[in-house]
Design a protein around this ligand. Structure first.
Ligand SMILES: Cc1ncc(COP(=O)(O)O)c(C=O)c1O
Length: 387
């Protein structure tokens, strides 16, 4: 199968490690291996245990302990319902290849992280886009539009919630409606839930963040033909581990995916799976730290976008660490972001990498450097006479 370049990853490949002030990242603040192991009650014993991790092959579906810990994040999943992957990306690639065949009809949320529709399209599936819409209340999804796109022969509905790049999030009622639509025609629902775990963002000015328990259920928990994708890369801030997972009640699909994985990574990296287990033991702490950081950064962003309402439409994210504001400036947002990176060393992500020719850009709220980097953006735009 031939597949077009992954525009977002190509853009980051060019800028992420040469631009000092990152303001577009989707992964929250990270920690070192040492800091992770220090979360354990006996850090010295944890260090010794980690250093004794065997470097032989691991199990194809992930270690039983890891699958058990992942299953514990769900309401209705058992360890055998979980398959681990090298990052979420591998899970998307494997699942699409096993689930879909050339000619299948697929509906995918748009804009989207490219692999969510590109793998299907490259396999020869017919992909219709369910477009999120800019409204006065930020980005929203229209369930009637989805209903109009779903056909009797739709094989899969692919969604991402909380959403990259808009921060839109399906609520429980929308999740139920989505699954009911899919059930009517027997379609699968693939839900990329890699930004889960942080709860809804507290409203502007509200003191405490919403607790994570208020999130809509994982799709795999509530729909027989639901597949949920999770990962440690985003809300937990551990993308260097490259540990993700798929959960699904359908044993035949899981079996197919495991076999497909034999042509990809075969198994996860054993040191990464060992550290993933530690991270999940302390998952609530890691998530709470990043949730609080996002709330602090959103308060800074609230003030920035209020000061510059003539230049930007804020589109405050409903959940998760990223948002997708709109610029009211003339000219190409791609040129704007490239000039900004070159002249000020500040990185924003232009909508063009999502195949969108409109003046949106992605901004990330999950990093400790957010306020400083936003101040650099503001100073540069002021110098250029853009604010
Ligand atoms: C929606 C979405 N899904 C999947 C991925 C891939 O995640 P990972 O880096 O863990 O492979 C990303 C990464 O940006 C993403 O935004």
């Amino acid at each position: 199968m031939r597949i077009p370049s992954f525009d977002l990853e190509v853009f980051f490949g060019k800028y992420e490690f040469s631009t000092p002030y990152l303001l577009a990242q989707s992964d929250c603040e990270s920690v070192s291996i040492d800091a992770l192991l220090r979360l354990e009650p006996d850090a010295e014993a944890a260090r010794r245990e980690f250093l004794n991790t065997g470097l032989g092959y691991g199990e194809n579906n992930g270690t039983p302990a890891l699958r058990k810990a992942v299953a514990g994040l769900f309401e209705n999943m058992k360890p055998e319902d979980v398959v681990s992957f090298t990052g979420a990306q591998e899970g998307i690639f494997a699942c699409m290849n096993v689930l879909l065949e050339p000619g299948d009809h697929v509906v995918c949320m748009f804009p989207a992280y490219q692999s969510l529709y590109e793998v299907a399209r490259s396999m020869g599936c017919h992909v219709d886009f369910w477009s999120l819409r800019q409204t006065e209340n930020g980005w929203q999804a229209d369930m009637d539009e989805l209903a109009a796109l779903v056909r009797k022969d739709t094989k899969a509905i692919i969604v991402n919630s909380p959403h990259n790049p808009t921060g839109f999030t399906l609520n429980s009622a929308q999740t139920a409606a989505l699954c009911a639509l899919a059930e009517k025609c027997g379609a699968w629902v693939f839900c990329d839930e890699v930004y889960r775990g942080l709860g809804a963002n507290a409203a502007a000015g509200a003191a405490a963040p919403e607790p994570a328990e208020k999130e809509a259920p994982w799709v795999a928990d509530v729909y027989e033909k639901g597949v949920s994708l999770g990962v440690l890369s985003k809300a937990y801030g551990l993308p260097g581990l490259r540990v993700g997972w798929l959960a699904c009640k359908d044993a035949a699909l899981r079996e197919g995916i495991s076999r497909y994985k034999n042509y990809l990574s075969i198994c996860g990296a054993t040191p990464a799976e060992a550290l993933a287990l530690v991270a999940l033991r302390h998952g609530l702490e890691l998530l709470a730290a990043n949730r609080n950081l996002i709330q602090r950064n959103l308060a800074v962003a609230d003030a920035f976008f209020a000061r510059h309402a003539e230049t930007f439409i804020y589109n405050r994210p409903m959940a998760g660490p990223i948002g997708f504001p709109r610029m009211r400036l003339q000219g190409s947002v791609g040129d704007f972001c490239e000039t900004l990176a070159r002249e000020a060393g500040v990185l924003l992500l232009p909508a063009t990498v999502y195949g969108l020719d409109e003046p949106y850009f992605r901004i990330g709220y999950g990093r400790a450097s957010f306020a400083d980097n936003l101040a650099r953006l503001e100073a540069w735009m002021t110098r250029k006479g853009l604010l």
